[in-house]
Design a protein around this ligand. Structure first.
Ligand code: MV4
Length: 664
């Protein structure tokens, strides 16, 4: 076995590979770009070497640099992860030339599967089922139309050089064929510089089912069953699961054997995935083979009890496959959700920024019927709280993988795990994933590649306005943090609290809505009113960002995270982003430029919270006024020192009166 390997990747997959290497006692070398100097993958490896600027082209795609680092650090093998150089046959070859083991298939297998139409010809010879169609060289329009008529409509035209759904045209009837062909060829030449097309029977509601295969250098090849990855959006996978719902033992064996035949036909070694599209009746056809370890490999690991990275390392080191086909069994059901920094409401636009707060669900190990089952939950991530999602790389935050003894149980774990996942600092798809996992179509396993498109209404409901409970959580958290900061006038000994019903108005906005919350101070809590709803609230527990309140007859727990002017409330599986408008703090901002803070309206000073010469931090409450029975806090617009306090408790002030002199 190797004693040291280089990981030619970043993010979660680099961390994933490093974890297995560490468990096996193998040292790891990370490579990183300038943007990743403080990245998690650098921290979890034993050594790390800077290979270039942020742009992948100048760093993670620099085959020459990476091989140089492997030679210099004495790494005997390179794991390419996925993406970047993982399916680059020249890189695989360059590794071999330099006496370094490439932890992946031989360059020849990568090449054979790289060309989609050549791969189809190879598969045809190996008796792997193909979609009925024509993928030959004859591109004559009349000839292709005759082929399409023979195949039967609807027919799908695909650019031979295409992939990822680009350059595809559905043709409904023979009369439409010539126009569609011309337009498909135009797009093909524009996108790929090659106007060759192929024609196939168009499957109406296909499922994406892929088979994990593994081969060693001793002639063994096995399949580790299937994954259903039908839930995609714009050819990007969102949810993956294993096994595929509805799969029969016969179909599983047929698909597995077809996948092994595909792998053997190209002399495959290592981890690979054979992708099929399957009809709702279960008939299946080869689409392509991915010659790498895939993002979604953990669902296979969970149901088979294997570590596929360990298998990769053993195979690359010349060992035999750890298990034979008859030793592989499916145990339970696993689902993976990809957590992305993106905004589903804005067309899934990537969202860059810093993970100001990131709390992942807690992993649980549990026992069933006396036997210990796998961890019900696993999270693979390349970022930690405080890390940044940059525009340079894939905006994936984490993969969340859950296990259950059956699909129903796995779904419940996924639903709960998503409900517990908290992120502040950038937009994420967590709420969307929650709706997706709980949707009628997904929970009912009514799967096909059009699931998201078809269920837009259920997946993108009009946002519900924050409830009184959510507003109360935000308010109580704000008031409690003022108190801990020593700026809560109601806890101090000024005595005015006894005078009358003290009220305060807080304003929040949420999307386009405005919430005016009236707070009345009571002996042991508050009365909170918003719109038509009123309730009495008490703070039961507070620890860091976590609070528990009693509202009416209910006990409600929440995590409330303040991020600048935003108050994020995580409670009962929902995340509400409230924008707190501290109107008077804002009013003070402009005034402060001139080194003074003035009264925004006529009123009475009810609390003075600072003294002359006192240093204050931005946001500190300085003074509280009462006007029209409401409390208004005057806060420091920036760090500074109090020059002079110009009024005392009980003083009446007129609008515009200077209250404090303040300097930066
Ligand atoms: C198809 C198809 C229906 N019928 N071929 C899309 C990407 C490309 N690699 C193959 N794709 C498809 N080929 C026939 N004959 C539907 C798709 C397809 C799809 C396939 C897998 C996963 C997601 C998809 C989303 C849309 C279309």
């Amino acid at each position: 076995m190797f004693t040291k390997i280089l990981i030619a990747n970043r993010g979660e997959i680099a961390c994933r590979v490093a974890a297995t290497a560490r468990r096996m006692g193998i040292k790891t070398v990370a490579v990183y770009s300038e943007a990743d100097a403080n990245a998690k993958h650098v921290a979890v490896c034993d050594e790390a070497v800077l290979i270039g600027p942020a742009a992948a082209k100048e760093s993670y795609l620099r085959a020459d640099k990476i091989i140089e680092v492997a030679l210099a650090t004495g790494a005997q093998a390179i794991h390419p992860g996925y993406g970047f150089l993982s399916e680059n046959s020249e890189f695989a070859e360059a590794c071999a030339k330099n006496g370094i083991a490439f932890i992946g298939p031989p360059a020849s297998a990568i090449e054979a599967m790289g060309s989609k139409s050549a791969a189809k010809s190879l598969m045809e010879k190996a008796h792997v089922p193909l979609v009925p169609g024509y993928h030959g060289d004859n591109q004559d329009a009349d000839f292709l139309q005759t082929e399409a008529d023979r195949i039967g409509y609807p027919v799908l035209l695909k650019a031979s050089a295409g992939g990822g759904g680009k350059g595809m045209r559905v043709v409904e009837k023979s009369a439409d064929f010539k126009d569609a062909l011309a337009s498909c060829k135009r797009e093909a030449i524009n996108s790929f510089g090659d106007d060759k097309v192929l024609a196939e029977k168009y499957l109406q509601r296909p499922r994406h089912i892929e088979i994990q295969v593994f081969a060693d250098t001793h002639g063994n090849c096995v399949y580790l069953f299937e994954r259903d990855c039908s839930v995609q959006r714009r050819h990007q996978k969102v949810l993956e699961e294993a096994p595929a719902p509805g799969m029969t033992a016969e179909r599983r064996a047929a698909m597995g054997e077809a996948a092994v035949a595909a792998a053997k036909a190209v002399g495959y070694v290592g981890a690979g995935t054979v992708e099929f599209i399957a009809n709702q009746d279960g008939s299946f056809y080869f689409m392509e083979m991915n010659t790498r370890l895939q993002v979604e490999h953990p669902v296979t690991e969970m149901i088979t009890g294997t570590d596929l990275v360990e298998w990769q390392l053993r195979v690359a080191a010349g060992e035999k496959l750890p298990l034979q086909q008859n030793e592989l069994k499916i145990h339970g059901h696993a689902i993976e959700a990809r957590v992305y920094a993106e905004n589903p409401e804005k067309g899934f636009l990537p969202s860059i920024g810093t993970l100001r707060h990131a709390r992942t669900p807690v992993a649980v190990n549990f026992e069933l019927g006396g036997t210990t089952d796998p961890a019900a939950f696993r999270i693979d991530s390349g970022v930690r709280e405080g890390d940044t999602i940059s525009p340079f790389y894939d905006p994936m935050i984490a993969k969340m993988i859950v296990w259950g003894k059956d699909r129903k149980e796995a779904l419940m774990h996924m639903s709960q795990a998503l409900a517990q996942y908290q992120i502040v600092g950038l937009h994420s798809n967590i709420a969307f994933l929650s709706r997706l996992v709980n949707s009628t179509a997904f929970s009912g396993a009514d799967l096909d590649t059009g699931l998201i498109e078809r269920n837009q209404a259920e997946l993108f409901p009009a946002p519900a306005a924050a409830s009184l409970t959510t507003l109360a959580l935000a308010v109580v958290s704000l008031l409690n943090s003022e108190k801990s900061a020593g700026t809560d006038p109601w806890q101090s000994s000024h005595g005015w609290r006894m005078n009358s019903l003290m009220q305060r108005s807080l304003q929040f906005t949420e999307e386009e809505q405005t919430h005016d919350v009236q707070v009345t101070y009571l002996a042991d809590g508050w009365q909170v009113q918003a719109g038509e709803s009123t309730a009495q609230v008490r703070l039961a527990l507070a620890h860091e960002n976590d609070i528990v309140i009693k509202i009416a007859d209910q006990t409600v727990a929440a995590t409330v995270v303040r991020d600048g002017e935003h108050v994020h409330v995580f409670s009962q599986g929902r995340h509400t982003d409230l924008h707190y408008i501290d109107a008077l703090a804002h009013a003070g901002e402009a005034e402060a430029e001139a080194g003074r803070l003035t009264a925004p309206m006529p009123g009475k000073i009810v609390a003075v919270l600072v003294n002359k010469a006192q240093e204050v931090k931005k946001g500190d409450a300085l003074l509280i006024m009462e006007a029209m029975k409401m409390e208004h806090t005057i806060s420091a617009p920036h760090d500074g020192v109090i020059d002079e306090v110009l009024y005392a408790i009980g003083d009446q002030v007129t609008e515009g009166a200077q209250l404090l002199a303040f300097q930066q």
